[in-house]
Design a protein. Sequence first.
Length: 362
Amino acid sequence: MRIVLAVGIAFLTAISPAQGQSYQPVFRPETLKGPPAGHPNDVLVLGSTHLSGASQDFKPPMLVPLIDRLATWHPTAIATEDMSGLQCDALRRYPSRYAETVQTYCADPTAAGQATGLDVPAANAEAERLLAAWPASPKATDRRHLAAIFMAAGERNSALVQWLRLPQAERHAGDGLNDDLAAALTKFGNGRNESTLIGAALAARLGLERVWSVDDHSADTADGPDPAERKAYGDAIAKAWNNPSAHERQIDDARLDAGLAKPDGVLTMYRALNASTLPKLAFHADFGAALVEPSPQQFGRNYVGYWETRNLRMVANIRDVLGRYPGTRMLAIVGASHKGYYEAYLNQMHDVRLADAETVLR
């Protein structure tokens, strides 16, 4: 038996990498698109910079030409790179792994929960119930109440949509939205963030009632206890990132950031971030370089595994929404490095058609 096992192992190790990569599946979901019954699901992926890191030359009114073009595509749903209240609630139950993730990416819904008497799961259920019976012409009291429920649900962007849909004179406390929550919404809306300045603002302009939080950090892991191991990981990834493609991207980003104050500077940036050439450049600058970095611990492969898992789960969250509401035209706003993965994975779905962002942004 030992001899047979040894022979088997020897045979497997003798297979060349080229032989191992020769198999290609015959079943190709992206070739089996339908047509579906009814309207198809269309998705426009907008690769974005994180506006919180934009230069001081950036001012929110500069986004108007971009938002005008996105509005002409007429999305019926908008997804943003934010963690849902439900995922944050789940990750809070596993602090040994996710404490830093929660602190970094999850707003604290405690105050809103106390104001409404609802925990995160109950508030999400209540928001779904309210929207299922939402009146054609909701009153200001309805919107303030739903905003409070969304805050308790951990869905600040959707709360902001309701806030922005109120006339200025109606943006005040009441109907479950106390003074502190109203002030928090105002402050949140004034921040430099693409989810609020593009996603929530466009949703309010188009008459939508919410946005969808589709980011996923369930693949995050806590840093290990060994400082030397953490340093080795950081050094290995930093070395992988020191490559010509990364330098090219850094130069491009600096040039675009420096041009923000010019007429159509923001639109020029978003056209560059959504160019068909960017995903390949991002791969060579980042994930492709990490994949082949030579550390004995294979840190780069750990990193790429996390990255692919996160993108798969983000796309699954989008697909979940499209499955619940067939015929949706969804604008998905996400960091530009995610765009290529979003489109590649979404394109595999039987009931998803992709729109060309370069065409929309002309």
